[in-house]
Design a protein around this ligand. Sequence first.
Ligand code: C2O
Length: 351
Amino acid sequence: DPVQPPDFKKCGNAFDIGTGDPLKVNCCPPISDDIIDYELPPPPHRLRIRQPAHMVGKDYIAKYEEAIRRMKELDKTNPNDPRGFKQQANIHCAYCNGPHDQVGHKDLDFQVHESWLFFPFHRWYLYFYERILGKLIDDPHFALPYWNWDHPKGMTMPPIFDNPCSPLYDAVRDPNNRASAVVDLNYRSSAPTNDLRQVDINLRTINSEMITGVNNNLQFMGAPYCDGSCPRPGMGTLERGSHTAIHIWVGTKDKTGEHKYNEDLGNFYSAGRDPLFYCHHANVDRMWTIWRTLSTPVRKDITSPNYLNAQFLFYDENARLVRVKVANCVDHKKMGYKYHYMPTLWRHYSP
Ligand code: C2O
């Protein structure tokens, strides 16, 4: 059977996945007795367009900053509003660091990483996050930017997130990996190298995750995870590779202070506290949309009902608790958004 959505009323404690250490955070969501089965609104005539973060203009930046500012403001005016910045960050902690159990299996955590839930869960997460931001600035066309780290021009931290005076900034990052530092998509395995060489390694890494290293859909999407499955049965290529590399690359490496767990972006429980998280995941999501169009070898969407009927709970832009299922997020255009086109040079860089 598919996993059932977690029971928010039974939310427990969070722990660090790597070490098993208990964490001093309470990341449980507000509870609600009304749960609505979510239906996608009919796609608008004009889709929301997610643009590459390194190319956005002044007006867009001002809007985006204002939306994040208002989201952070909600933390102060109404800390229980599920649309607030901290509450939104807590979603990631609750679904990833153990607080939610699988319904009917109190010894099994509900875990959205390292399985075929990875892409669909994060797609829904961003979907509501984007709609909340749009609602806060009264702009139904608002779309998140994406960190275009698969293109040489996007292989540094997008400058809009690197301005200490912006609400998009987060001080809890690795000070060495900002400004003009080139991302290392092979973070855990490659030795330091020069920038040009690094760009080449990055393109070949993505090629392998998207094309040459993938022989069937589960290798890309991740291993099956159903009702009663042990958590983390196996990651897909992109989740394991570029996606995780960016998390670790951005998070702090300092173990001496208050942050010992690669915060913010480098740990599940804190990743959502960095606005860059949603921009990073927009590109992860975009890579899924591109992967579905590749034809070598033939890609197929997962058809198992255990995948399509898996469910999650989120709060929508009107603070209603809604139940969503994977089947309704497979086609992103039906969800009302698309990605501004950028060339995918990695297609031509086999490892
Ligand atoms: Cu839920 Cu990039 O992690």
